[in-house]
Structures are given as C-alpha cells and as structure tokens.
Design a protein around this ligand. Structure first.
Ligand code: PMP
Length: 309
C-alpha cells in the first residue's frame, strides 16, 4: 500500500496495470473502432492540473458520434477517474490517455452487439519528440503517404484506426533519418503531422491549415492561436498551405498535446529560415510553457486542478 501501484481505470474499476487486459476478439482490435484522447496534466505552481481537459473530453464524445458509440460514463465520472488515477499514483505531471472502443461479443463488422468499453491510463511522459527537439527543432520529411480525406473517414474524430496512416508516415520518415513527417491531404495541400498540427510563420504573421483540410481540430492548435492573438499576432487559421510554402517559410513548428510546441528546422533537407528555432516560435513556445507552469488567472479556464489534499 505504501508503494505506488501502477493502476489503470477500466469500465468503472481501478485495476492493476498488468491486469488491464482485453479479449483478443475485441472489435476495436480488428477494425480500429476506438476513439481516444491524449492530454497532459502539468505540474503548475498552483498544483497539478489537467490542461484543457474539458475540450479533450468534449472531443472524445464528439469522436464517438460518427461511430454511434455510446460511452457509458459521464464526463464527470471520467474526470473523477482521471483525477483519482493521478492522485493514487502521486504523479505531479503526466500524460493522460482515455480510450473508448467496441469490445468483444461478435466479430461482424457491425458492432451492434459489442459493448462499449472505456479505459483511462496515465503515465509520466516527457517531451514527445525529445527535449532537444523543443530547443533546436527537428528535421521532417514530406510523407509519400497522403492523409485520409474527410470524405473518406471523419478526420475530425480521433479514431484509433486512423493512426495506421500516422504510423506509416512517421515510420517512413524515421527510416529516412527524419524525426517526423508532414502529411499532405488528398488535394496535395499541407495537412498536419502524424500526431501534430503544423504552423508556418511568414513576414511576422502566422498561418495554419484550415479545419476543412482534413485535419484534427487540435486543442494545442487552438491554444497557440489564442496565445498568438493575445500577443498581438495576426493568425490565418482558415487557409490552404501548399507544399512549396513550407520551403519559403520564415519559421515552421508543430503543435500537439504530446509534441507541445516543437520547432521544425528542415523539410526534406531544405533549411527553413536560419535552420534553428525562430523568434516567433520561441516566443509562442515560451508563453505556452509559462502558461502551463503558472496556470495564470487570464487562462484559468484552461486548467482543471487535480485537488491533491
Ligand atoms: N493531429 C493529429 C492527427 C493528432 O493525432 C494530434 C494529437 N492529438 C494533433 C493533430 C494535435 O492535437 P492536440 O493538440 O489536440 O493534441
């Protein structure tokens, strides 16, 4: 009991990490019929706090809709479960992974007889692309794979099955010596990274592909747009970005709950700007990390405190 036990919340119960198993005939395993989230709990000066938790929960429930998946827990129950996991494991900061998926009953493609299962795991997770990446940036490759189009699959839902495309793109990039990929959409416009949204800086203004470009409505994307506007920048978030515009950008960066704000220094070995973290990226990144460290009053609604006694 005095030991921190690794615990996962599954369908209303706290279970040991090693016991958190599913049946091999789980629908979600065979057909990718799960929806999930990735959020962070930050160690703020005011205590551990889930960052933009409301928005993550809202996106989880929205992701379930096209799949007619009925998550059997309320947002309040999922919030309490998450907080309890963090408290029990005494984690000052962590990554949070809620998932809902069609479970095991029959293996027809129709999930109608399958139960909806829900789980939440939390674990310590540092910088997704490495500490060095946050400071010095990463080299990325334009993937030879295209993103699913929103006419083929709901790209605004965070569905497990979608991530085989992310895996292909990311692994192709790493096989070729790059840290990550940028994936174009069916039209050939810049869409996003495998698990990140992408931003461009040109002549002091900020650009990011429109939601209609078959991208995920990233919560960090939204946070960075807000932060940038609060700092007085003009943000164009309803545009198409061509591949060529990446090469001529002054700065590029990724955003994501895992990736936070990660500068991009080269695309297909073409140096972007001066090949290091640019000044606008640095300012936005610093402000982002300052906010998640201080949980200031101006951004109070972005924080859900874990309430450790
Ligand atoms: N695009 C994709 C495909 C992603 O998986 C993610 C990570 N959830 C993002 C963008 C960034 O979204 P967020 O800032 O909400 O984590």
């Amino acid at each position: 009991d005095e030991m921190d036990v690794d615990t996962i919340w599954m369908d209303g119960e706290f279970v040991d990490w090693d016991e958190a198993q599913v049946h091999v005939l789980t629908h979600g395993l065979h057909y990718g019929s799960g929806v999930f989230e990735g959020a962070r709990c930050y160690e703020t000066e005011k205590g551990p706090a889930l960052f933009r938790w409301e928005e993550h929960l809202e996106r989880l429930f929205q992701s379930a809709k096209p799949y007619e998946m009925d998550i059997e827990f309320t947002k309040e129950e999922l919030t309490e479960a998450t907080k309890e996991l963090i408290r029990r494991q005494e984690l000052p900061s962590c990554y949070v992974r809620p998932i809902a998926y069609y479970g095991y009953n029959s293996l027809g493609v129709s999930p109608k007889d399958c139960p909806t299962r829900t789980a939440i795991a939390v674990w310590p997770w540092g910088a997704y692309l490495g500490e060095d990446a946050l400071e010095n940036g990463i080299d990325v490759m334009i993937s030879s794979w295209r993103k699913h189009s929103s006419s083929q699959i709901p790209t605004n839902a965070k569905t497990t099955g979608l991530y085989v495309n992310s895996m292909l793109a990311g692994e192709e990039a790493r096989r070729n010596g790059y840290a990550e990929a940028i994936v174009l959409n069916k039209e050939g416009h810049v869409a996003e990274g495998p698990g990140e949204n992408v931003f461009l800086v040109r002549d002091g203004e900020i650009y990011t592909p429109a939601l209609s470009e078959s991208i995920l409505d990233g919560i960090t994307r939204d946070s960075v747009i807000t932060i940038a506007e609060d700092l007085g920048y003009t943000v164009h978030d309803n545009v198409s970005i061509s591949r060529g515009e990446l090469n001529t950008a002054d700065e590029l960066f990724f955003t994501g709950s895992a990736a936070e704000v990660t500068p991009i220094r080269k695309v297909d070995n073409v140096v972007i700007g001066d090949g290091s973290r640019g000044p606008v990226t640095e300012e936005l990144q610093q402000k982002f990390f300052e906010i998640v460290e201080e949980a200031p009053d101006e951004y109070a609604e972005w924080f859900e405190f874990v309430d450790i006694e």
